[in-house]
Design a protein around this ligand. Structure first.
Ligand SMILES: [Zn+2]
Length: 55
């Protein structure tokens, strides 16, 4: 998934913690590639929270 499905421009990847989103600077297309399962996402954020407490 490197090209915008709408206009074919190169997509930009934006990492927000565990989540990566792609967006197109030309037409404004945005999407979230499905790599992670929701369960794992929740588990990871809990782990980060705990690391902030005990780390
Ligand atoms: Zn586009």
């Amino acid at each position: 998934m490197d090209e915008c499905p709408r206009c074919g421009a190169t997509l930009e990847y934006l990492s927000l913690g565990e989540v990566t989103t792609v967006s197109c600077g030309r037409c404004g297309y945005a999407d979230v590639p499905v790599d992670h399962q929701p369960e794992r996402e929740e588990g990871e954020s809990w782990r980060e929270a705990l690391q902030r407490f005990y780390g």
